[in-house]
Design a protein around this ligand. Structure first.
Ligand SMILES: Nc1nc2c(c(=O)[nH]1)N[C@@H](CN(C=O)c1ccc(C(=O)N[C@@H](CCC(=O)O)C(=O)O)cc1)CN2
Length: 298
């Protein structure tokens, strides 16, 4: 294997430590950043992510407000809670864990959150601010990828970037961030013609298609930086009864061609929660008219 492995776990720990330093300073001035996480229903993976978010929030010294609602919660009751959190001065960030049960709408739920507290960066307001190059709260996983890319490559100007996947949660904000860094950006997706050839153009290849190991080594330009955003859980081939996580990139073959690559697990995933904390800190600083933390925003 030729590629350097980008250690997202270590980088995320560093981001969390920097956030904790800022939180300590704010607390010295009588301000405690607060994050509210809303979970509707009992999706087992979501329960784990929400527990991780609570632990990480408390570890950096922030206030954590967890709201677990039954799966049959009505939209009216969910919105009443969001309205209370919007009005609560101790809450600087709000997110509703996805997926939500089928009778609820993710789009309408996000739209109910005050954009200044939308630490997932998913509201139409924050997406629009990002697209027009104005000060936004940026979706956590793309923000985390940008931090990893800046750390590894420094100035991204003029690089060919290909983002495979066009979701609102990831692909679209990732493309906007890379454009903001003066990359030449291609957004590819399931209908893109000759996807392997398009990917081979990329100095920066970001895969977020949700199809396990779709991106193969011969899709990777020699020397490229490969960011794998996929997380598919599948039965472990060698350990009966156990599961393993795999990404959207076929790691072994891609690592032969790439100069650097994120693994799954331990690459992009840990950056999501670290950037959620960074966004909550940013939202808190903005709410109090204080300078934003350097190096923790887009
Ligand atoms: N409201 C939101 N819902 C969801 C988001 C989100 O950003 N906002 N993203 C995902 C889940 N997610 C956070 O919520 C998340 C996913 C993965 C990780 C992570 O650290 N992954 C590890 C592996 C963890 C494991 O072993 O299972 C890794 O990749 O190394 C953190 C957060 C969907 N919902």
């Amino acid at each position: 294997m030729a590629a350097e492995i980008i250690d997202g776990k270590a980088f995320a720990a560093d981001v969390r430590a920097r956030v904790a330093g800022h939180v300590a300073q704010l607390k010295g001035q009588g301000i405690t950043p607060g994050l509210a996480v809303v979970l509707v229903g009992e999706d087992p993976a979501s329960e784990v992510y929400v527990a991780h978010k609570h632990r990480a929030t408390v570890e950096v010294g922030m206030a954590s407000f967890e709201h677990k609602l039954p799966a049959d919660t009505s939209e009216a009751d969910l919105f009443a809670l969001i309205d209370r959190l919007n009005a609560d001065p101790n809450v600087h960030g709000i997110l509703c864990q996805f997926p939500v049960p089928e009778h609820l709408s993710e789009r309408r739920t996000v739209a109910r959150i005050d954009p200044a507290k939308d630490v997932d960066g998913l509201s139409v307001t924050n997406a629009g601010l990002l697209a027009t190059g104005e000060r936004a709260l940026v979706s956590c996983t793309p923000l985390g990828c940008l931090m990893l890319l800046r750390d590894r490559l420094g100035d991204l100007s003029g690089k060919e970037a290909v983002v495979v996947g066009r979701s609102n949660l990831f692909g679209k904000p990732m493309a906007q961030l890379l454009l903001q860094e003066n990359c030449t950006v291609t957004m590819a997706h399931s209908r893109t013609q000759d996807l392997p050839e398009v990917c081979r153009r990329a100095d920066i290849l970001v895969a977020a298609v949700g199809r396990a190991e779709m991106v193969r080594g011969d899709w990777v330009k020699p020397g490229a930086t490969v960011i794998d955003v996929g997380i598919t859980r599948e039965p472990h081939p060698d350990k009966p009864g156990k599961t393993r996580l795999i990404g959207d990139v076929h790691f072994e073959s891609a690592a032969e061609a790439a100069a650097a690559i994120t693994p799954v697990p331990g690459g992009v995933g840990p950056m999501t929660i670290a950037c959620l904390l960074a966004n909550t800190l940013t939202a808190c600083c903005r709410a109090h008219g204080m300078p934003e933390p350097e190096g923790l925003t887009a």
